[in-house]
Write a protein that binds this ligand. Structure first.
Ligand code: NAD
Length: 447
């Protein structure tokens, strides 16, 4: 489960050997630490396109952080933010080029690039929509250029004016939390006129009750730990066979273990009963439990199709239906799905898995507006190659290829997926709805 080449290539001797042989050196990534998560530091240089819409919001969003603002003539390395919302035609897009042409070399190791634009689908003027759509290709290419520095670039699309909701994605994308989230688009689809006044940026989930399925190990375990770090009370669910591991991991984070097979007939009822017995209302559920049953179609048996569908999508639909039949999640609740890049790109021998993960994306797309009407958000992460027991089972050569075929030339850690999930669950992210974001280090698969 550990990437030995990454450690070797970054050791003193390894560095020498790797550069002599001309081998790739995957960068060491900067991640959130347990003692001061979500702190923002370093220099930031904010560029503004002519006629931009969000200059004031950007400034307000970054107030009370340790970021040092730096201008055109400032010295030193800096994270780069560019408000491209004013770009109304493709000629004007040269402002984007000029800003990054001058500043991209000043990006530090593990630096952050954030571009802000307007959602093209909601722009009436065709030239304007075209100019804004171009930002996707631009940010993805920037992400590829800077990946070898361990730096990432992402895009935020806003929909409309006066968006207070910008603070959450902007701060997240400048933080260490997005170490493995690269070349992605975060869309703010729900207007946020005011943020709650009692929120904490350091512990955004303070006192919030959150259910995580598949919490005994791997990504679900990391999610539980990160959510607890961010203040949540976690109800961790896993199959009865994993009860011992589940109890141990929940006791370490002061969480609550619930041994439950999510495919059981009474699973939704037991989950809801368990939540109802806790103090405080349910903030959200993370549908993380999932399995693979890889086989070429001609060799796949009925059980390998049916069991996987039941766990990876069927049970999730049943639990969502049962939860939405109550008002438990209304006005502030969160639903988070865990898809996969296999569900975006397809994968050899994974037709069952890819179907189920594509269906998770479909669930987010089709439920977003229904949820928005009730003040609920629904989003998903689509992990790429993440170092877990699931990927440790992949044959050696395929595993090495899977790891290196991304802009960051390495697999992600379970924590990387967990950070995005914690962001989705936070009260500050109320405007982020209907998103599926890849956490894949900009894997070439399906890119
Ligand atoms: P994992 O196998 O390490 O952990 C999955 C957990 O889900 C296990 O603890 C398992 O016991 C639990 N589980 C399985 N069936 C269950 C059921 N019926 N009821 C309750 N719990 C059940 O897997 P992981 O690598 O941590 O993956 C977690 C999620 O991320 C899965 O949905 C997976 O498809 C997805 N994913 C993982 C990767 C990766 O690279 N590891 C990539 C893309 C997507």
């Amino acid at each position: 489960m550990s990437d030995r080449y990454l450690g070797f290539a970054n050791s003193k001797i390894g560095r020498l050997i790797v550069s002599t042989l001309g081998l790739p050196r995957p960068p060491l990534l900067r991640r959130e630490s347990d003692d001061s998560p979500h702190s923002l530091s370093g220099n930031v240089h904010v560029g503004i396109s002519t006629g931009s819409l969000y200059a004031t919001q950007i400034r307000q969003s970054l107030e009370n952080t340790d970021l040092q603002w730096i201008g055109d003539n400032g010295q030193g390395n800096r994270h780069l933010v560019f408000d491209a919302s004013g770009i109304r035609n493709t000629d004007q897009a040269e402002e984007l080029y000029q800003f990054f042409h001058k500043n991209i070399s000043k990006l530090p190791r593990c630096g952050r690039v954030v571009i802000i634009g307007q959602q093209p689908e909601n722009i009436e003027r065709i030239d304007h929509a075209i100019a804004q759509r171009g930002l996707v290709g631009f940010v993805k290419s920037v992400a590829k250029e800077i990946g070898r520095k361990g730096a990432v670039a992402n895009l935020i699309y806003l929909n409309g004016f006066g968006h207070k909701g910008l603070a959450a994605p902007l701060r997240f994308l400048l933080s260490a939390g997005c170490a493995f989230t690269n070349g992605q688009v975060f869309s703010l689809t729900t207007p946020v006129s005011e943020l709650p006044t009692d929120i904490s940026w350091q512990r955004p989930l303070e006192g919030k009750l959150i259910v995580v399925t598949g919490a005994a190990r791997g990504i679900g375990l990391a999610m539980s730990q990160v959510l607890a770090r961010d203040g949540a009370k976690v109800i961790g669910i896993d199959v009865p066979q994993a009860q011992e591991a589940l109890e141990k991991s929940m006791s370490e984070i002061n969480g609550l273990p619930l041994a439950l097979d999510i495919t059981a007939e009474d699973a939704a009822e037991r989950l809801i009963d368990c939540c109802a017995q806790q103090e405080g209302r349910l903030q959200g559920i993370v549908h993380n439990a999932g399995i693979t049953r890889d086989k070429m179609l001609s060799r796949m048996n009925d059980q390998q199709w049916r069991l996987l569908m039941d766990i990876n999508i069927g049970s999730i639909q049943r639990i969502n239906k049962a939860l939405l039949a109550t008002e438990m999640l209304d006005q502030g609740g969160r639903i988070v799905g865990v898809a996969s890049i296999s569900g975006i790109a397809g994968n050899l021998g994974q037709s069952n898995y890819a179907y189920s993960k594509s269906a998770v994306i479909g669930m987010v797309d089709s439920m977003a507006s229904v949820c928005a009407k009730r003040g609920i958000t629904i989003n998903a992460v689509a992990p790429g190659f993440i170092e877990t027991q699931m990927t440790a089972a992949i044959p050696f050569a395929t595993r090495q290829v899977g790891r290196r075929l991304s802009s960051l030339s390495q697999g992600g850690l379970p924590q990387d997926v967990a950070e995005v999930v914690s962001f989705y669950l936070s009260p500050q992210a109320a405007g982020v709805n209907g998103n599926t974001v890849r956490v894949c280090g900009q894997s070439l698969m399906g890119a």
